[in-house]
Design a protein around this ligand. Structure first.
Ligand SMILES: Nc1ncnc2c1ncn2[C@@H]1O[C@H](COP(=O)(O)OP(=O)(O)OP(=O)(O)O)[C@@H](O)[C@H]1O
Ligand SMILES: [Mg+2]
Length: 231
């Protein structure tokens, strides 16, 4: 499955944030998006996910336009999105989060058990309200919610920001596993991106709502290269 964003303009009301962005991801790979605070990374993800309108340009999946699709249509087309913030149903228990996420799909009953075997911590916390989970547990739930419909594409907006190293490692391992199973992943990275760059093929650098450079992630792991690029 291939996702293509072509010369997309988008933003909030009359304020344009993305000024003709291009972006490609797919074929079971992990693709990184990197840029300074306010560069427009989350805006790009919200636009792909159907949460913001595309003012100009086009978004396609396997060559078919999804420009203007609603968030639900994008989800049902196989693209799951984990927002940077407010990414669980805070008032619901872990189990009810998973059940609520499953409502968008048919034939997901067995997937709750599958979710518990992939993420045992969620089984332990099944009856706890999401708002009372630790940061790492909550991010795990957000990812599990996104996976409930067996997507082909997973978009993660800074899923490891502020988490303890043990949860960062767990999330990196889970995402590697999903990628080996054939899922394509888009990962917005911010602080300490080395672990994630290490498992990704390509990184798209964006700056002030425009493409800055697209390069093999391994290049950014050369000493000093990342600092140079983020300046
Ligand atoms: N709801 C909104 N209404 C108006 N402007 C917004 C809104 N959300 C974001 N912006 C603006 O859009 C620009 C890009 O924000 P965005 O959240 O996409 O950046 P980002 O690259 O994800 O940054 P960060 O690394 O801090 O998450 C910023 O100038 C921000 O102030
Ligand atoms: Mg962001």
């Amino acid at each position: 499955m291939k996702l293509e964003v072509k010369a997309v303009h988008s933003g909030y009301g009359k304020v344009t944030i993305l000024h003709g962005i291009d972006f490609h991801a797919g074929s079971g790979e992990i693709t990184c998006v990197l840029g300074a605070n306010g560069a427009g990374k989350s805006t790009l993800m919200k636009t792909i996910a159907g949460h913001l309108p595309v003012n100009r340009g086009e978004i396609t999946i396997d060559g078919k336009p999804i420009t203007g699709a609603t968030a639900l249509q994008v989800t049902r087309a196989g693209i799951a999105y984990v927002p940077q913030e407010a990414n669980t149903f805070a008032e619901l228990t872990v189990r009810d989060n998973l059940l609520a996420s499953a409502l968008n799909f048919t034939g997901t009953a067995s997937r709750i058990d599958e979710t518990y075997s992939r993420f045992p911590i969620l089984k332990e916390r099944a009856h706890q309200q999401a708002s009372t989970l630790s940061g790492g547990e909550r991010q795990t739930l957000a990812i599990a919610n996104a996976l409930i419909g067996a997507p082909k594409f997973l978009i993660l907006d800074e899923p490891t920001a502020g988490l303890a190293p043990i949860f960062v490692d767990r999330i990196v391992d889970w995402i590697c596993e999903l990628s080996r199973e054939g899922m394509s992943v888009v990962w917005v990275v911010e602080q300490n991106p080395e672990k994630i760059l290490n498992i990704s093929r390509t990184t798209w650098l964006i700056d002030a709502g425009r493409n800055r450079e697209t390069l093999p992630s391994a290049d950014l792991l050369q000493p000093g290269r990342l600092q140079e690029m983020l300046l």
